[in-house]
Write a protein that binds this ligand. Structure first.
Ligand code: ADP
Length: 447
């Protein structure tokens, strides 16, 4: 395929007197797969329209290989730019093959009909887009995903150098999503330049070389997924808190929304739950409790621990241990202080070895002080003991001495809610002076 650069310079678009796009400038090199992202109404479709010669910018130019598309003939542009729109109302009873053949129109002369070669190209395009088997089906009767693949085939039949797609995976199930995006990725590897609107930021991060983030008609950020998909950018544009993580298998970024709106009428921030966890066993509970408005503390976990990582994202006060080391006397003392301030202590079904055995001591102290202790999990005690019997003995004793044993996260939440309701007297604890020495995040939550 030939190589075409797409350059947008200072584009401004209006509908009537309403300005929709402003100061839009960027360049896409041949073979780049660029994702256009942004909230609903931010101007993504309008931008695609301005590039595909549907909506002439009021200001600025769109250059295809250095030539202003609005000075080129529509047919010339259509030979270079294929468009897969979001919605295509096709009222007549065209078959899928006939729809794809329409992609050949820019290549035909005035009143010229399609030749065998055009049929060949259309069939090849359908094969590539995995819809050749739909050739004789009526387009209007196809499912959303089938229609999408036919429309991609139509755009490919134009033999374009640039492909513009408006939400190419909108109607596709996960299998076809993967298939279409892998196809687009492959085509971009063959020097087809692709600009596609994405709603799914995780898919955009996975497949695109770079991203353009639009916000209220302007470019908020442009660059690699790492540069664009920062929690700060996402919060500013989408008004939502996200964690940005790297997938352990695909190595691409993915976003997880968290602590979103929590319309609690009955605030729970007068109740502190301390989690004794590790190895990620506390993270879902940490998240659920915070979401419901509880105060949460965590201890003592290693700085290599997944639960520790969660405390840093969720801004939870935590007592930390150096990697692979048991708690020092200092850390243990701080942990005991933290436990002493809790209204309830939850021990997850974390495995217990010599490194975290002292954590059980902290739970025992809580129980002795009359702080309710909830032990959660279905793993039998003997399977969690990596101390040759010591941990097992202590776990059994905790249970015998009154720890509440529950199996699921939901059950923990129910028990905690019951405790909170019946323990209004515990409220005064939150006014105690904050701990100053705890490692990890300072304990402002107690101030
Ligand atoms: P996005 O694709 O990011 O959801 P659009 O480009 O479709 O955003 O729309 C951007 C803004 O332009 C929206 O406020 C939308 O209501 C407005 N808009 C879109 N099409 C038209 C139109 N034909 N006439 C007037 N306003 C429009």
């Amino acid at each position: 395929m030939g190589e075409v650069t797409l350059k947008i310079e200072n584009v401004e678009c209006t509908y009537g007197t309403t300005r929709i796009l402003k100061n839009i400038s960027f360049e896409i090199k041949p073979g780049d797969f660029v994702g256009l992202i942004g909230p609903n109404g931010s101007g993504k479709t309008t931008l695609l329209k301005s590039i595909s010669r549907v909506l002439k910018p009021r200001v600025g130019i769109v250059l295809l290989d250095g030539k202003d598309v609005y000075t080129l003939k529509a047919k010339e542009v259509a030979k270079k730019v294929g468009v897969v729109p979001q919605e295509t109302p096709i009222p007549f009873q065209f078959t899928a093959l006939e729809i794809v053949l329409m992609g050949r129109t820019p290549h035909l002369g005035w009143l010229e009909s399609e030749k065998e070669r055009d049929y060949e190209i259309a069939r090849t395009a359908m094969k590539i887009a995995n819809c050749l088997h739909l050739s004789d089906r009526i387009f209007a009767e196809l499912s959303g995903g089938e229609k999408q693949r036919v429309l991609i085939a139509r755009a490919l039949a134009q033999e374009p150098k640039v492909l513009l797609l408006d939400e190419p995976t909108a109607h596709l199930d996960i299998n076809y999503q993967e298939e279409i995006l892998n196809l687009l990725k492959r085509l971009s590897g063959e020097k087809l330049t692709i600009l596609a609107v994405f709603h799914d930021l995780n898919l955009a991060a996975r497949y695109c070389d770079s991203l353009i983030l639009l916000n209220q008609g302007e470019i908020e950020a442009i660059g690699t997924p790492e540069e664009v998909l920062t929690p700060e950018n996402i919060k500013r544009v989408y008004r939502i808190e996200v964690l940005v993580k790297r997938h352990p298998i695909t190595n691409s970024l993915y976003l997880i929304p968290f602590l979103t709106s929590n319309p609690q009428t009955d605030a729970c921030d007068d109740f502190t739950v301390h989690l004794v966890c590790g190895g990620g066993t506390g993270t879902p509970l940490m998240h659920s409790l915070l979401k419901q408005g509880y105060r949460v503390t965590v201890g003592a976990v290693s700085t290599l621990d997944t639960d520790y990582e969660a405390t840093t994202y969720l801004n939870v006060p935590v007592v930390t241990l150096p990697p692979f080391s048991p708690a020092s006397d200092d850390a243990h003392r701080i942990h005991l202080e933290l436990v002493g301030r809790a209204d309830a202590v939850v021990l997850t079904d974390v495995p217990i070895g010599w490194g975290n055995l002292k954590n059980l001591e902290a739970v025992e102290v809580a129980l002795r002080k009359g702080i309710p202790v909830i032990m959660v999990g279905e793993t039998p005690f003997e399977k969690r003991d990596f101390t040759g019997g010591e941990a097992l003995e202590r776990l059994i004793r905790l249970k015998d001495e009154g720890a509440i044993c529950v199996k699921s996260l939901n059950e923990v939440l129910t028990v905690i809610e019951t405790l909170r309701r019946s323990c209004r007297a515990c409220r005064g604890k939150s006014t105690q002076k904050p701990l100053s020495e705890a490692r990890g995040r300072p304990l402002e939550a107690f101030e």
